[in-house]
Design a protein. Sequence first.
Length: 601
Amino acid sequence: MQHISAPEASVDPDPRGLAETLFDRAARDPDRPMLSIPDSGGWRDISAARTRDWVASAAKGLMACGVTEGQRVALLSGNRYEWTVLDYAVWAAGAVSVPIYPSSSAEQIAMILRDSGAVACFVDDETRAATVRDLQDQLPDLGRVWTIDRGALDELDGAGAGVTDAELAQRRSGVASGEPATIVYTSGTTGTPKGCVLTHANFRAEVDSVVQELSVLFRPQPDGSTPSTLLFLPLAHVFGRMVQIGVVQAGAKLGHTGSVRSLIADLATFRPSFLLAVPYVVEKVHSSARNRTSGLRRRIFDRAEAVAVAYSRSLDRSGPRPWLRAARAVFEPLVYRQLRNALGGRCGSIISGGGALDERLLHFYRGVGLDVYEGYGLTETTAAVVANVPGRVRPGTIGTPLPGAAVRIADDGEILVSGPHVFDRYWNRPEATEAAFTDGWFATGDLGELDSEGYIRVTGRKKEILVTAGGKNVTPAPIEERVCVDPLVDQCMLVGDGKPFVAALVSLAPEEFSAWKRENGYPEEYGVADLATDPRLRAAVQRAVDDANTTVSRAEAIREFTLIDPGFSVAEETLTPTLKLRRTRILERYADEIAGMYERR
């Protein structure tokens, strides 16, 4: 069994709740911007003092409305500045926030609200408000539903007018770092979401280590401006949440955008100094830049990409030779500067997490002039527990443990972690909690190896969970089973690990397929290959897919499928003797079909 650990962070852990960091910053540097909010096509800075006042007002409103210490308050909203204000307000009121992905289905929303026992819920718009209100009859604990678009902050401000600053300070001071700060729901191997209880201390340990190791991100800019980032990762994701808390603690400025579609335009106007992203977004920026070229310009881009990759690789060896420096200088104004300008022109670093980033892509960005630091972690580890950091970057690895963290590689290759970043329980799931730990170490379900210099490489996944390029965990079995409920469908297997979306391989039930052919006027001798692109057949299968998609979020939904024939079998070694899917074998067997689904999109 291999083992590696890192010294504790160089700062003493704060024994207080997370809200105190925001209040401290406002008292220390009240005029420095903490938030930046959309305003007339641009951005308007909001000072730390003003942000604190919004948080205090909302917290008083929660107290006046009866929210007490330890109660759960849900947040169902896309990214916006009110999300951050309300998150800190919940903490200031001594309560526990429960984020819900805005893409969640009604079934998932109901499960999370019921399991967490949420007494109140914030939603961003009337559509989601209607969804939650329709569920209230089956949620006895849920009292208030506030809608941000209908003035939730103003409503709380009015409700809390009678609560004094002293009463709020007393409530805040009663929050200890070892108490739960949030319950983040994540899918388990059975498909049933589990509430991951993360404490204020978990986040403090995480943020202390990140701010220490990535201090370059938080230094004042050359022009004296405040370092800043635009948060487009969902705040319901632990990675996005860590970014929010880290920015507040480090004295940087935070902007929010809720749409990846408008990301490039928002980056150009916000002009962040650093970005935090999942691999899908990093890949999308690259592919979008390349797809805007054609002909001679495409050939120039491809050559510039090859030079950038070669330049970056040379940095890990003896350094770039004169000809390579000259080639890079040629492409600097033609390609590299333009790509950096697409990110606002001030961005110098990208932090990538939530999935594996292609090694060549990392070299491309570094060659362009953007340092990419790749990290590894899970919800249970409060985001990153291992990372490549300035001065210690090894492409193709996930880096070394962050301060205070320790990593073991078990005898079967599984990555085990421990440290103050690691959660201690799932909400209401003692059996799942016990199963998650091996001799006191959290078992990640990922397989890895440790080299002689302490760098860790992920080599596979012990669990069957797919992790898309967007960082979304997808448990395939429940969705596959729902597709197979349709009589026409015999078998279904989801794919999408490391890919931009979820797709599926689908086989048809022979007898039902024969009946379908008779009903639609096709000869019996026609096989699946003959009709695989037939609009009527695809529409029939699409109905089964659409039915399954109603039970999951958009990020987990099947966006493409391919009909296969014959189906999976024991003889083909795509099924076990007990008729379970041999997923690795199927991925190999249908590699071309899978690649084709992603090429079509």
